[in-house]
Each structure stands twice: as structure tokens, then as C-alpha cells.
Design a protein around this ligand. Structure first.
Ligand SMILES: O=C(O)c1ccccc1N[C@@H]1O[C@H](COP(=O)(O)O)[C@@H](O)[C@H]1O
Length: 220
């Protein structure tokens, strides 16, 4: 099966266009003030509007994702009304009950991130399955990390072996143009997600690395 990629932590139009031209499946836009990739809502709305228009213009199918960490209903209201992404990624400690509430109240497709260190972390995703479009398995961040993701940490990809999911799930955490083929081979992922692995410095995307990553994914 063809593997598709999400390029996460987009903060500028050039990176978005590069990823769309190279057939990224999704783009991620982050609202989390501690992140070097944080966007205020006006900026996120503008980048997503530009990316959506460009996707249609070049006849591609790239979707835009707002990445949020334990958002309250006020923020979700603003995101769904003002920013209008295709999906919302929940990258905090949202419980299955909270995810059910968000799905029911806001009616937008969701991606739920699961932090992984062990096989039991992988299996802890089961209660979310029926409520989300995709699960996303990311490495548990180091203890002293100030971010829940986007730190280039990876986990043992073989922990995903035979994961019994009804839906396509994303593999994230420490992926790069050089290791993504091995990561897919070991995990059997059909969707991959990258942020810091296509950057020159934290928060500074590199168009050449984005293209290189998407080329590596196409060649899998
Ligand atoms: O990237 C961030 O700054 C971030 C902030 C808050 C929540 C999630 C974030 N990033 C997510 O983490 C994964 C893995 O990142 P990396 O490739 O290891 O750098 C990334 O795909 C984002 O979805």
C-alpha cells in the first residue's frame, strides 16, 4: 500500500506549497505557546486558507490539521469557526470521554496522539478507535521536555507490529528522510508524520528536507 506523509509544524507559505507540490497527505499547524512552531489563530487561519486554495489550484488532495494540546471548548470553538481545518489533532492527555465530547460537540474529524514507550502504551489506544479518524503513535517525550511532541524523540518501531487497527494510523517521532523507509518497514505504518526531521533549526522548516522526506516516502 502507498505510504502518505504529514508534514507537521508548518509556519510559512513556502513550506506549505513545497509539501503540497510533493503530494503530502496532510499539513500540521500547531497552537501550543511553548512550541517554536506555535501560531496564533489569525496566522493559522491565514496559512490554512492559503494552503487550501493552493491545494485546489494545483489539483492535489492535501488536508490541513490543527494540532492542539488539551484544548478547552473555547479554543475548539475558535478553531472550528475561525481557522476551519480539515482535522484536529489532539496531542495532550485527552481522555476517551473528552475525545468523545469533542467529536460529538464539534463534529470535526480527529487525530488522537498516543505517547509510546512500551507495547502496553500502544494497546492503550483501543478506547479511542471508534471516535477518531486516525490514531497517531509518537514517542513519549523525555522527562525534562517542555513539549509533548516535536522533539525528535523516537520509539522502538517494532512495538507497532501487528497492531490491530481498523483504520490507518500515523507513525511519528524522530523520523527523517534517512530513516523513514526503515521505520515503515519495521512498524508497517501506512501514514508517517514528521516535524523536526525536516527543519534547519527548531521551528525553521527546510524546503529541501521536506522534498527529500516526501521523495523517500514515495520510494517506499
Ligand atoms: O512540534 C511541536 O512543536 C509540537 C508541539 C505540541 C504538540 C505536538 C507537536 N508536534 C508533534 O510531534 C510529532 C513528532 O515530532 P518530531 O518529528 O519528532 O519532531 C510531530 O509530527 C507533531 O505531530
Amino acid at each position: 500500500m502507498a505510504v502518505k506523509a504529514k508534514i507537521c509544524g508548518i509556519t510559512d507559505d513556502v513550506s506549505a506549497r513545497t509539501a503540497i507540490d510533493d503530494s503530502a497527505g496532510m499539513l500540521g499547524f500547531i497552537s501550543f505557546p511553548k512550541s517554536p512552531r506555535h501560531l496564533d489563530l489569525d496566522r493559522m487561519a491565514q496559512l490554512i486558507a492559503n494552503a487550501t486554495a493552493y491545494t485546489a489550484h494545483v489539483n492535489k488532495a492535501t488536508k490541513c490539521v490543527s494540532v492542539l494540546v488539551d484544548p478547552d471548548d473555547l479554543l475548539l470553538e475558535a478553531i472550528t469557526q475561525q481557522v476551519r481545518p480539515d482535522l484536529i489533532q489532539l496531542h495532550g492527555h485527552e481522555s476517551p470521554e473528552r475525545v468523545r465530547h469533542i467529536r460529538t460537540r464539534f463534529g470535526i474529524p480527529l487525530i488522537k496522539a498516543i505517547s509510546v514507550e512500551s507495547r502496553s502504551d500502544v494497546l492503550s489506544a483501543a478506547p479511542y478507535e471508534e471516535m477518531v479518524e486516525h490514531l497517531l503513535f509518537d514517542a513519549k517525550p523525555p522527562k525534562d521536555a517542555t513539549l509533548p511532541g516535536g522533539v525528535g524523540a523516537r520509539f522502538d518501531w517494532t512495538l507497532m507490529e501487528g497492531y490491530p487497527s481498523a483504520r490507518p494510523w500515523l507513525l511519528a517521532g524522530g523520523l527523517t528522510p534517512w530513516n523513514v523507509a526503515e521505520a515503515v518497514s519495521q512498524s508497517k505504518a501506512t501514514l508517517v508524520d514528521v516535524s523536526s526531521g525536516v527543519e534547519r533549526a527548531p521551528g525553521l522548516k527546510d524546503a529541501a528536507l521536506i522534498s527529500q522526506f516526501l521523495k523517500a516516502v514515495k520510494e517506499i
